[in-house]
Ligand binder design. Structure first.
Ligand SMILES: Nc1nc2c(ncn2[C@@H]2O[C@H](COP(=O)(O)OP(=O)(O)OP(=O)(O)O)[C@@H](O)[C@H]2O)c(=O)[nH]1
Ligand SMILES: [Mg+2]
Length: 389
């Protein structure tokens, strides 16, 4: 049976749930899909379908299972549920998830915990400009305590430049909404209204040459290799030629889908799967870039402005010096790089410094591109490319 095509009737945005382990991100994600499915504008995705490794669900030409899609009255959303897992935090810090807004989930029972603060800090650094707060587990929380947690969250957001007084804070219960309790399904509606109205539609660079950072690679027997990811800029159609940088091949897009539905044209902001003609499965990896032919030139050397996280923010407790060799997370790529701090030669935690970096391999770079610096599984710095070469 032919699949129903994706029809673009509403603006598309990418959002996600973030927050401390066990505060209820996945339960809330499932509850959102359930409430919207009952409204007739989406498919219910149960908890155990969201909360499993992408590899296990890599079936057909489809999107990374960490994403779910749904529609409100005014918008189409791709929603990525970010477990406290380091790999997903990594997606967030490199901007691979390309979040236009985020739902910060805070348990009303526990209040702000270390990852609540870490995620707010990272969101700020990667340019997520709008956060809506879900004070979850409000069914089990004491009202006065919940008021205190709300104050605490608003303060945290203000401290990171989010204007805590004006950020919508909605008291929800993912668990009770999943059970169909009308008081709490109404709270999910209120949360979605807050997202619809508070997170503005971002500018999309639809006219720029096509670029997609590869997040995941799959094989479909008999059809070929599929890459998935969010389109960073431009548009693409079946039959278009593309370069795969990293794999250094040129090929043709022979299939195009979003959330399992074929589409005629994908554009900046869309989460898509591209079927590539004649590209061997092991030639393409996460971190490679699919781009309009000749539109980007990869390089190894760049200068950047970098903020070195303080130990209180989860960063290092000791300075870094010229010769430091951490991992650079640039788009979906993870590349080792040699740091040169020039005359300054050392940078202490909490400092903002300029540096030049020599990467271990070439990647497409451009001024303004954000990246994270990680070492031993934790984020130690965040920066922006200022010049290339
Ligand atoms: N009382 C109550 N419990 C909840 C609610 N939402 C989630 N829980 C419980 O909290 C626990 C954690 O929920 P998850 O949804 O797995 O939390 P998470 O934030 O996705 O956790 P990680 O992905 O591991 O970071 C589970 O036992 C849920 O049943 C809620 O609204 N009320
Ligand atoms: Mg979870």
């Amino acid at each position: 049976m032919p699949k129903t095509a994706y029809v673009r009737t509403k603006p598309h945005l990418n959002i996600g749930t973030m927050g401390h382990v066990d505060h209820g991100k996945t339960t809330l994600t499932a509850a959102i899909t359930k409430v919207l499915a009952e409204r007739g504008s989406g498919t219910f995705v149960p908890f155990d379908r969201i909360d499993r490794a992408p590899e296990e669900a890599a079936r057909g030409i489809t999107i990374n299972i960490a994403h779910v899609e749904y529609e409100t009255d005014t918008r189409h959303y791709a929603h990525v549920d970010m477990p406290g897992h380091a790999d997903y935090v990594k997606n967030m810090v490199t901007g691979a998830a390309q979040l236009d807004g985020a739902i910060l989930v805070v348990s009303a029972l526990d209040g702000i915990m270390p990852q609540t603060a870490e995620h707010v800090l990272l969101a700020r650094q990667v340019g997520v400009d709008h956060i809506v707060v879900a004070l979850n587990k409000a069914d089990a929380g004491d009202e006065e305590l919940t008021d205190l947690v709300e104050l605490e969250v608003r303060d945290l957001l203000s401290a990171h430049g989010y204007g805590g007084e004006s950020v919508p804070v909605v008291r929800v219960s993912g668990l009770k909404a999943l059970e169909g309790d009308p008081r709490w399904t109404a709270a999910i509606d209120a949360l979605l209204d807050a997202v619809d109205t508070y997170v503005p539609m971002p500018e999309r660079y639809i006219d720029a040459p096509f670029l997609l950072p590869v997040e995941n690679v799959l094989t479909i027997t008999g059809r070929g290799t599929v890459v998935t990811g969010a389109v960073e800029r431009g548009t693409i159609r079946v039959g278009d030629r593309v370069d795969v940088l990293g794999a250094t091949v040129d090929t043709v897009v022979t299939g195009l889908e979003t959330f399992g539905k074929p589409m005629a044209e994908a554009q900046a902001g869309d989460n898509v799967a591209l079927l590539l003609r004649g590209v061997p499965r092991d030639a393409v990896r996460r971190g490679h870039i699919v781009a309009a032919p000749g539109s980007v030139v990869p390089s190894r050397r760049f200068s950047a402005q970098v903020y070195v996280l303080s130990s209180g923010e989860g960063g290092r407790s000791t300075p870094v010096a010229t010769g430091y060799r951490p991992q650079f997370y640039i788009r979906t790529a993870d590349v080792v790089g040699d740091v040169d701090l020039g005359e300054r030669s050392v940078a202490r935690p909490g400092d903002t410094v300029t540096m030049t970096v020599e990467l271990g391999r070439e990647v497409p770079l451009e001024p303004g591109l954000g990246f994270a610096i990680r070492e031993g599984g934790r984020t130690v710095g965040a920066g922006t490319v200022t010049s290339v070469g």
